[in-house]
Design a protein around this ligand. Structure first.
Ligand SMILES: [Zn+2]
Length: 422
């Protein structure tokens, strides 16, 4: 990569001087240089499932409980200089059949409630300008992305309503194929009706998202859906939480051809921290225990139901954690390998961070336990010869560029519509 190992720029030199005056937090294992770069960046994570905890467990993001197993709290975000989080609005299909939109609204409300409880440390954000404003005010910018097109219940009006409520990306499908987009999660299941990618309505959804200024997220989708989305969209796409298939052969990771296509489209691929998408051994071990794990989960949930207890995401998460803990954690380096691979194949302008925090039942590489560990990524990239400018792009600069371009395309499409209306 041509941008590697270049001489430190003026800004980097300035940071070194700042670091040497110990203006930045001292962290074990993180050099003053890495800490200085990290603390001066706008760090953006494009995927965390914390709203499940907000809604079902009454989790308070202001929690200071040292025993809390969650990946995200305001303290953890501050320690890791996390500047903006895209909170995932994920509606689990099975238990929410018949009321996807209602549950979507409940989750959206849970994010607003957290922001309302902590106005001094957190604010809702709907644009690049908002992210920058939050950064200046040293608050966590809270954004929202819908994970799974089933949330709109095949209704373009609902898509627009969700945009109005602040949703700024939508993952076209989750692991379930919906009525207009095939998913990688069930593409091999002959019992599920598939569409060979996106239906005509699915393409209309993509174009309406472009017009609204909602980022098109291709994480989770089947390969053909990805190619249809790329061919349809008028704005850059994101993969809010996807890793590289060349390094770990999981069907929802991205092939090198896809990575190059996202580069050509001007988009960004934000690396997922789930060990099963990063490390082939972990993936294989998880696949090997899958049937036994599913049977155990089913039995546990059935037992709760029989006792008349409500079954929550937390219950599922609890048992999934036990099973994930049976598999040894891969080293931290596997996470950096994926960033490195995507930076090499797609280019330094097309890689970012999409942790999947609070959505992977603790199955992250060793050393990546919460948002507080994000500076370790900066240290590892520095160790591998990345420049400060490159690291800024990976930590959030690329997402900002894509988001801004999505906003620009939206304004352009809306202006055209207005002109043609006259
Ligand atoms: Zn996901």
């Amino acid at each position: 990569m041509q941008t590697l190992r270049r001489r430190p720029s003026a800004i980097f030199s300035a940071l070194l001087i700042l670091a040497s005056t110990q203006a930045f937090t001292q962290t074990p294992g993180i050099s003053p240089q890495a800490r200085a770069i990290h603390d001066s960046a706008i760090v953006i994570d494009t995927h965390a499932d914390t709203p499940q905890r907000f809604l079902e467990q009454n989790f308070d993001i202001g929690s200071t409980d040292p025993k809390d197993i969650g990946n995200i709290s305001l303290d953890k975000a501050r320690a890791g200089n996390l500047g903006a989080e895209f909170f995932s609005i994920w509606v689990e299909p099975e238990p929410n059949q018949g009321h996807f939109a209602q549950h979507t609204l409940d989750l959206i409300d849970s994010v607003y409630q957290q922001a309302a409880q902590h106005p001094d440390r957190m604010m809702m954000a709907f644009s690049v300008d908002d992210i920058e404003r939050a950064h200046q005010q040293q608050k966590l910018a809270a954004l929202m992305g819908i994970e799974g097109g089933h949330s709109i219940e095949n209704d373009i009006h609902l898509l627009r309503d969700f945009y109005r409520l602040g949703v700024r990306y939508m993952t076209l499908s989750w692991s379930n194929t919906n009525e207009w987009a095939d998913s990688s999660g069930d593409i091999d299941n002959p019992k599920i009706p598939h569409h060979n990618g996106l239906t005509d309505f699915g393409k209309q959804v993509v174009l309406e998202m472009n017009r609204l200024g909602m980022m098109v997220d291709i994480s989770h989708v089947a390969d053909k859906t990805f190619w249809d989305a790329i061919a349809t969209t008028k704005a850059p796409v994101i993969a809010s939480h996807s890793s590289a298939r060349a390094l770990c052969n999981a069907p929802r990771n991205m092939t090198d051809d896809m990575l190059r296509a996202v580069a050509k489209n001007g988009g960004v691929v934000d690396v997922n921290f789930f060990s099963g998408f990063l490390d082939q051994n972990y993936w294989n071990a998880a696949e090997a225990q899958k049937n036994e794990q599913e049977a155990a989960t089913r039995a546990y949930l059935d037992k709760l139901k029989a006792e008349g207890k409500p079954v929550t995401f937390a219950d599922e998460d609890r048992i999934t954690r036990e099973w994930m803990a049976k598999i040894p954690r891969p080293p931290f380096s596997v996470l950096v390998d994926h960033i490195d691979h995507i930076a090499k194949v797609a280019g330094i302008d097309h890689v970012g961070l999409g942790s999947d925090f609070d959505g992977v039942s603790g199955a992250t590489p060793a050393g990546m336990d919460s948002a507080a560990d994000l500076p370790k990524i900066t240290q590892a990239l520095l160790d591998r010869g990345y420049s400060a400018e490159d690291i800024y792009k990976i930590l959030g600069g690329n997402v900002i560029r894509v988001f801004r371009e999505v906003e620009r395309v939206s304004h352009e499409m809306q202006a055209q519509r207005t002109l043609s209306d006259n």
